[in-house]
Design a protein around this ligand. Structure first.
Ligand code: OOG
Ligand code: MG
Length: 254
């Protein structure tokens, strides 16, 4: 246990000090279940400093992401309130190691998810949806990691920006999604790239909730996973994601 805590503290410190570390798996052997324990302990450090759990994120729910990073399993991580950046706001580059942005769809949960739910039940569990941007910032050098490494590192999550909320019955499948950097489209995709339908991400998360004994509660946010590859950010960038049916989200990088 001590060793898992040490790894958790190392990851938390890397984020806090904005200093990339060597992949943990280079020098330690740990399982996927232990990686989730490290993640929990590492986020626990943030909670102890006063942050609160704001929700969850899924990773590698699209082929584009799996292929960009070379990992083909669905993973999940935690979001805290501190990680939220306001829409139209500014991301301060010096707080991140090598941040990348990716367009996401987000759900606002309205009823506790703690066991597997079916696709035909998902509408009972959220009351709003929005377009979002996730900022991922691997704490590992060169943004390279094993499956265990990235899970321990909270699935690279470091910040998120939410757009305006739309009603839960907004059609979410087959929506065009674009990511723009400085007005130029750098990624385009479709929401159906997310597990065939972004609603499936809630089913996937519900399986994780049952397996890992977590509860996603009313008011928490779930990021469904990016539909496109992620793009590196540099100083001065203006980042915008545009979603059919869900408006747009933007921020600038300083
Ligand atoms: C891991 C996180 C993946 C997504 O949306 O697929 C992810 C990474 O790419 O570093 O957030
Ligand atoms: Mg993501």
């Amino acid at each position: 246990m001590k060793q898992l805590l040490n790894m958790a503290v190392t990851l938390d410190g890397a984020a806090d000090q904005v200093q990339a570390i060597t992949q943990l798996s280079n020098h330690n052997e740990f399982t996927i279940d232990q990686a989730y324990e490290i993640q929990e302990l590492s986020i626990g450090q943030r909670i102890r400093r006063g942050e609160s759990l704001a929700g969850y994120k899924l990773g590698f729910t699209s082929k584009a992401k799996m292929e960009q990073m070379g990992i083909h399993e669905i993973i999940w991580g935690r979001l805290t309130n501190q990680m939220q950046v306001e829409g139209n706001g500014t991301l301060l580059l010096d707080q991140y190691i090598h941040p990348r942005a990716e367009p996401e769809v987000a759900f606002r949960i309205s009823k506790t998810i703690d066991k597997k739910i079916e696709l035909n039940e998902v509408y009972d569990y959220f009351d709003a949806v929005c377009g979002a941007i996730e900022i991922i910032d691997s704490r590992y050098k060169q943004f390279r990691f094993s499956l265990e490494d990235v899970i321990a590192d909270n699935c690279s999550s470091s910040a998120y920006v939410l757009g305006d909320w739309f009603p839960a019955d907004t059609e979410l499948n087959h929506l065009d999604i674009q990511l723009k950097l400085n007005k130029k489209t750098v990624q385009s995709g479709n929401s159906s790239a997310i597990l065939g339908n972004p609603l499936e991400s809630l089913v996937a998360l519900s399986e994780m909730a049952e397996k890992y004994n977590i509860q996603i509660i009313e008011g928490q946010i779930v990021l469904a996973g990016a539909a496109t590859s992620a793009e590196y950010l540099t100083s001065g960038d203006r980042v915008e994601a545009i979603f059919q049916n869900l408006g747009s989200v933007n921020f600038k990088v300083n």
